[in-house]
Every structure is written in C-alpha cells, then in structure tokens.
Design a protein around this ligand. Sequence first.
Ligand SMILES: [Zn+2]
Length: 406
Amino acid sequence: MKYLILVGDGMGDFPVDELDGKTPLEVAHIPMIDDLCRKGEFFLNYTVPNGYPPGSDVANMSLMGYDPAEYYTGRAPLEAAAMGIKLAPDEIAFRCNMVTLDHGAGSQVSMRDFCAGHITNEESHRLIADLEAECATEQFHFKAGVSYRHLMIFKGEHPGFITVPPHDYIEQEVTDHFQKYLAQPEWKTLLEKTKKLLANHPVNQKRIAEGKNPATMVWLWGEGKMPSVPTLTNRFNITGTMISAVDLLKGLGVLGGLSIVNVPGATGYIDTNYAGKAQAAINALKNQDFVFVHLEAPDEAGHQGSLQDKITAIEDFDARIVKPIIEDLRTRNEDFRVVVTMDHFTPLALRTHVSDPVPTLLYDSREQVKGSGQSFYEKSCTEYDAVENNSIKAGHKMIEKLLVHK
Ligand SMILES: [Zn+2]
C-alpha cells in the first residue's frame, strides 16, 4: 500500500463577487481531484488548534500528524532543521530577517521594508558572513539562508520579550518592539554593532546607489528550541519523502524522519517545476511507502490577491501534480490511499491566512467505501459534513485515518 498527502497551500477561499459568489476552488477545473472526491471520503479537518495563529507552520505540522499544542515551538527551529542545523538543548533559533528600518526623532523606528528589497543571496550572504566575523559572540551566531531569510542561533536563557513578525508591520512604527531588544545589555551591544557594520557596508552602499532598499538591520523573531518529535517511521513503520520548495516544510520533513528531495526549479511560485515535483513523488513511491507533496503557489496567489493566478495554481495542482502521480500508481497497479487537502485558507479578500477548517478528501484505490459523490470545494464539503458529521476536530489525527486502516 502506498500513502500520499497532497497539499495545495492556501487553496481555500471565501465566495468572490467576480465569480458570482463562488470560490476559486469551486470554479477551477480539477477533474482528477473531483473524481477522487466523488469516489472517496470527504470531510472537514481542523488544522489550526484554538488559540494558535493560522500559520503554514502550525497547519502543516497538524497535517504531518503532530499536535501543535505539544510540539510547536516556533518557525525558526523548523527552518534550522531544513538547513541541517542541529540545536543544542540550551540553544534557541531566531529567524533573522534582513530589514530596512527608518530611524526618526529620538528613538522612533519604523519598518520600511521587512525583506530589504528582496536582497539577493549573493549580497545577503556577504552581509551574514561579515556579521558572523565582526559581531558574533559565544552567545550569538549568524547562519545564512535564502535572500532576506536567515537564522540567528542564541545560546542561553530566553530573554523573555515577545517578538513579532516584521511583515506584520510594513510601513508602521516598531519603536516599542525594537526597544525590547535594546533593554537587554548583550542584545543591545549586538544590535548596535550590527547597525554600524551594515550602515557602512559596500553591499548597502551599492544598493542605495541603485535605488534599492539597503539592509539596515536584522529583525529577530519566530524563535524556539528544537522540538523533539517521534518520526513517522517510528510511529507508523513507514518510510517516506517530503517534496516542497519551502524550508518550513522541509524542516517538518526532517523532524518527521522523511527523506528530503530538492527539486531543481521548485520556486514556491506559479512558475514552479510541477513536472519535477510530480516525478520526484513518483520516484519516491517506487521504493518508499509515503510522500507528502506541498505546492506553495495557491497561497502566494492569495497573498498577492490575484484571482486568476489562484485559479491557475489550483488547476495546475490538479493537472500537473495530482493527476500524473495517481496515473503512475494506477499504471503500476499499486494500491494506494491518498489525501488531497490544504493547510489553511488564504482568502483573496484578506490576503492572509484564516483558521477555518479545510475541505479534505481521502481516497482508497480499492474503493470499498461509499463515495461522497461530491465535487471538491469549500461549500460542498461544509454541506456534506453537516449531513455526515464526520469532521476531524483535532487536525493532527487525520494522518491516523490515512495510515491506520484495514
Ligand atoms: Zn500555508
């Protein structure tokens, strides 16, 4: 038996006026997913526990079968896992964004740009290397990631302040948040040295000359210790692979004991290498039991508020990810059980995530259950669920429904 979880990130949405009150998922042409849904089980899954932010980290942790209430420590440790960084028990990983801050009168600070103009790898890696050489201490170390997204590894007791994501404060004042770091003597020293190094750095002088936002500061947030989770191999006696363009998902895969495939050209956008991702899943299923395939593109379209891109991303998910993988399993006469779902909604109207329960289908190729008879979209699932009353209230239990069966 082969097992699959196929995730279209942020596919869910609210009714859209331009679509006569339908959703992108409802109007999208997704014949393979609809067919699996009609012949399979169909239910709502609560991927975001009460009191948790509807982040991709929390929601995908649920989909991987880990209760966020038990295992979620922050986004940064998941990214550290993806980067192959091992944290000691007394170390805390912080996401380290390259940002552009504006300093006004007195101590006033505002967030001009949470990503320093999408600074390139080449530029930011030079900055991180120089920060590590000039500003690192026994307590603070910088690790280079991608573009503006890096990590700072801190050794010691958590300083106790609450951090905030910089993308929540675009063009807003962040004085109070910035002051929290400065209230701690070692952190103040670190940030003052950082500010000085960045202010005179040739990389930034060149960016300013080119009319681009310089990286004037690092913004530290999303921190946590490395969670210790049982692998899926230990829990369910399966081997598997994670296929995603996103570090967060790769990190979850590492923690879950899955193999990680880096697909060339997997970008996280609608231009991603669909064929490469589908082929990676097909290859993995030749000698492993399980794949988790994650497609970021519908979420990105939701954040951009682009209706057409969102529909395109959902249709591509069906035609270029789900269909080729399922067809290959059928060609090889493999029995399989597949979940098609999303982690959360990213409604176009809000351009951010919400924590509504997500429509989910579970199809077993042996077709021993009475199928739902439904097409796959939000309202059909809500209405069907109201009759069948089979929703999964604790999202991390869904994987048991997939993997533990007759
Ligand atoms: Zn997501």
